[in-house]
Design a binder for this molecule. Structure first.
Ligand code: DGY
Length: 328
């Protein structure tokens, strides 16, 4: 019976780091645990390293000794915080180490949609390139345009930096509160959400999924955007009403969209979004480079070790459960 369970395969070095807490169970490279395997492994576990697996009553009932769930992601909407609180289980996550990688993908999606990279790749490969310059293939500029960032945390700052200094963009942002550092560093202007949507050429959603942000982008808000604007979602799928997004894209309320996240993942192949040529879709890979995913898993392991060693101040405990850590 394992004391530490990881839903992701671990390297030998990572397993050795954890071995002093007892047996370590993880799936072999290229495989995942079935639910039955995971539940069986959890029976004696004090620590769980996870990546998107729902940590809720059903799972916690199978893990009566659990003290900490450590996710190798910055988002932790898969944590049932109320259930974890009831059982006094700490939750940790991995901010900071993925900021630049996610911001890079934000720029990549903006550029891909604006310059129609995927669509035109298909055009060349499909043998449709038969004459020279064709106006029908033109895209729109990214540089010197207005970028509206919704959710101004660490990733928002990394994106603003690229947009401002790499692409001379004008930055608007909307967040729960104003951030002087962002305004000073990037000349960014705070805007209410309706104003940001109305003024931006690119809108990038970076907000975490909470009850307040579920369906944040709905029909009314897509209708506020410019018909020439491009929408990018790097947050979570449930922040967007996808039916409204499909309608916005089909009916020209907006020009295009770049999506990393979907209400249902993996997104079903017959989803209407996938039939639209003005959408670029990637499979939730915001932080998915080898180096960054390794750094995230290493940080998740360090967080778990810090909690089990009683050094909770050295772990990135999710804000909603920090009071539990302080109680000890
Ligand atoms: C995160 O870290 O939250 C990324 O979206 C990967 O899930």
């Amino acid at each position: 019976m394992a004391q530490i369970v990881s839903t992701k395969p671990l390297s030998v070095a990572q397993r050795e780091k954890l071995a002093r807490f007892g047996d370590v169970a993880c799936p072999p490279e290229g495989r995942r645990f079935s639910q039955a395997e995971l539940f069986a492994a959890l029976q004696d576990a004090v620590g769980l390293i996870t990546f998107g697996t729902r940590v809720d009553e059903t799972l916690l009932e199978q893990a009566p000794s659990l003290k900490v769930a450590s996710t190798a992601s910055v988002g932790y909407d898969h944590f049932d915080l109320a259930a974890m609180r009831r059982r006094h289980i700490l939750g940790a996550h991995t901010p900071h180490v993925l900021d630049d990688t996610v911001a890079d993908l934000g720029m990549a999606l903006m550029l891909a949609v604006a310059r129609r990279i995927v669509e035109l790749d298909g055009y060349v490969r499909g043998g449709e390139w038969k004459k020279g310059d064709e106006e029908a293939l033109y895209g729109v500029d990214v540089h010197h345009r207005t970028l509206g960032i919704v959710g101004m945390g660490r990733i928002g700052r990394a994106l603003a930096k690229r947009a401002k200094f790499g692409f001379s963009m004008n930055i608007l942002y909307h967040a729960r509160s104003r951030h002087d550092d962002v305004e000073q560093a990037f000349g960014a202007r705070y805007a209410d959400l309706p104003d940001l949507l109305h003024e931006s050429d690119f809108v990038v959603l970076l907000t975490p999924l909470t009850p307040d942000t579920e369906n944040l982008m709905n029909e009314e808000r897509f209708r506020r955007m410019k018909p020439s604007a491009i929408f990018i979602n790097l947050s979570r799928g449930k922040t967007v009403d996808e039916d409204a997004l499909v309608q916005a894209l089909r009916e020209g309320w907006i020009r295009g969209a770049g999506l990393d996240v979907y209400r249902q993942e993996p997104v079903p192949p017959d989803h209407p979004l996938l039939s639209l040529s003005n959408v670029v879709c990637v499979p939730h890979i915001g932080s998915a480079t080898q180096a960054t995913r390794t750094a995230m898993l290493d940080l998740a392991i360090d967080n778990l070790i810090a909690v089990l060693d009683g050094r909770t101040k050295d772990a990135y405990i999710v804000p909603e459960l920090r009071d539990l850590a302080e109680e000890g």
